[in-house]
Design a protein around this ligand. Structure first.
Ligand code: NAD
Length: 464
């Protein structure tokens, strides 16, 4: 990482925003240690809990405005600090978070009224939420989580990914500035300067933290679920996209490549491998090539495997400096000459191929040919590994779509569109960057971060 360049960018952006100056928000929510961060979030939560819904919404409105104003800066910082993804798509992700993350309107009341009176089920805050965020969507997740958690009356303590700490903490500062600017409290969201596994351990065990919201790979979700606290677990995926012979093949190729190349395949929902019925596999490949794909030969694939994976003690792991890189860059790193505008690498592979089985988070799509849709459903379901995260399908056959949806049983199932339609980007519905695949809440929103309260008035207030 070009540290100097990044520090210069942070200084420039902070001075432009006037964030962190003593005239402004004193520490802007970023503290030297986790204990202080938690105690400040707990103090702020006592104020937030007493804010009216209108006041919470005012803060949320200003967060949306400032996120849009700073979308390009966040995108540049994210790419510069992590070396992953691309600026135009990260701008789009921040705009999506700002525009489509639900606010206070998501908190609703259920009423039962009858002969014996009136009973309300109201949604109240948990209090202080401990959140872990990934390096793949760092500021997007920090902002998205805070909008929902604050709308529900909570404050949040982040232990951001160490590889994206500057970008994540810049988001924390912006969130507090947004609150203070409209008369809200400081420390609606807090973080530490040096997040580590140890500081996440403090968060997981702290008595002032009532709920955990974990966005990341399997290791951190499992650690949180073992903590003894209630945890919302948004874990890993390996989304297959199944294409049957009834699909609009040309459109399927366009949609799959748009989804798989979005932010260089970083989103956990993005198409990670293709399962295609043999009858249409050549046609699908043809249209993919027409849409900027490089069809890798067997020897190319060997070179790519040697580049993007590290082999140690007989086990493969992702080469971290390849995650989130563009297809053109991955080809260059692999010593394969190709057009610089290549968008995605495709290859024919079987379902045991390492690049097909692993969640690569790179624009590389293996195409697994299957006899028919039945075999496709079986193989695509196996490739999802039971994560219950995301799966996609292109088909005009409602029965086939239904059968795959039931078999794969994922939190997200997109039909006949790019995967990002699931986030409300070219599809209906709200946006979330924390998809609770592992614990079953699905796309989280403000109401996910509330607890239920039953409020009963007996034999009165029913005036029917
Ligand atoms: P990661 O798991 O490497 O890191 C996430 C965070 O967890 C980091 O802060 C890391 O330091 C911390 N961590 C890791 N192991 C830990 C442990 N045992 N105890 C405590 N903390 C620990 O994830 P990443 O590389 O930043 O993100 C990519 C992964 O996250 C992919 O698997 C992706 O599918 C998943 N993801 C899921 C969602 C979702 O909504 N379900 C969203 C984004 C990313």
């Amino acid at each position: 990482m070009e540290l100097e360049k990044l520090e210069q960018l942070v200084r420039q952006v902070m001075s432009e925003m006037n964030v962190g100056s003593s005239a402004n928000v004193a520490d802007a929510g970023v503290f030297a240690d986790m204990e202080t961060a938690i105690s400040q979030a707990a103090a702020a939560q006592r104020t937030v809990a007493n804010l009216s819904m209108a006041d919470r919404e005012k803060i949320v409105g200003n967060i949306r405005k400032k996120t849009i104003e700073n979308a390009e800066k966040f995108a540049q910082m994210g790419v510069s600090e992590t070396g992953m993804g691309n600026v135009p798509h990260k701008i789009a992700k921040h705009q999506l978070v700002a525009n489509k993350t639900p606010g206070t309107e998501d908190i609703t009341t259920t009423a039962f009224s009858g002969d014996r009176g009136l009973t309300l089920i109201e949604r109240g805050p948990f209090g202080v939420i401990g959140a872990i965020t990934p390096c793949t969507n760092p500021s997007e997740t920090v902002i998205c989580n805070t909008i929902g958690m604050l709308a529900a009356g909570n404050t949040v303590v982040f232990n951001p990914h160490p590889a994206a700490v500057e970008t994540s903490n810049f988001a924390v500062r912006m969130l507090n500035q947004a609150s203070v600017e409209v008369g809200g409290p400081e420390n609606i969201a807090v973080s530490t300067l040096n997040p580590t596994i140890e500081s996440s351990g403090i968060l997981f065990k702290h008595p002032s933290v009532q709920l955990l919201a974990i966005t990341g790979g399997p290791g951190v979700v499992t650690a949180a679920l073992k903590s003894g606290k209630r945890a919302i677990g948004a874990g890993a995926g390996n989304p297959p996209v199944l294409v049957d012979e009834t699909a609009d093949i040309k459109q399927a190729a366009i949609d799959i490549i748009n989804g798989a190349t979005f932010d260089n395949n970083l989103p956990c929902i993005a198409e990670k491998e293709v399962v295609a019925v043999a009858k249409i596999a050549d046609e699908l490949t043809y249209y993919m090539e027409r849409n900027g794909c490089y069809k890798a030969s067997v020897s190319d694939v060997d070179k790519i495997v040697a580049t993007v994976l590290d082999l140690k003690d007989g086990r493969y792991s992702l080469s971290r400096n390849c995650v989130g890189k563009s297809a053109a860059e991955l080809l260059r790193m692999s010593g394969i000459s190709a057009d610089k505008d290549v968008r995605c690498i495709i290859f024919d592979g079987d379902c045991e191929h390492i690049l097909v089985k692993e969640e690569m988070m790179m624009p590389i799509l293996g195409i697994v040919r299957v006899r028919d849709v039945d075999e496709g459903i079986r193989i695509a379901t196996a490739l999802e590994h039971g994560y219950r995260h995301s799966a996609h399908m292109h088909s005009k056959n409602v029965d086939n779509l239904t059968r795959f949806g039931k078999a794969v049983d994922t939190a997200i199932f997109v039909k006949n569109a790019p995967s990002y339609a699931a986030l409300g980007f070219g599809g209906e519905g709200f946006c979330s960057f924390t998809i609770a695949s592992r614990t079953g809440e699905g796309l989280t929103s403000a109401s996910t971060f509330t607890k239920s309260r039953r409020c009963v008035m007996s034999d009165s207030l029913c005036i029917r």
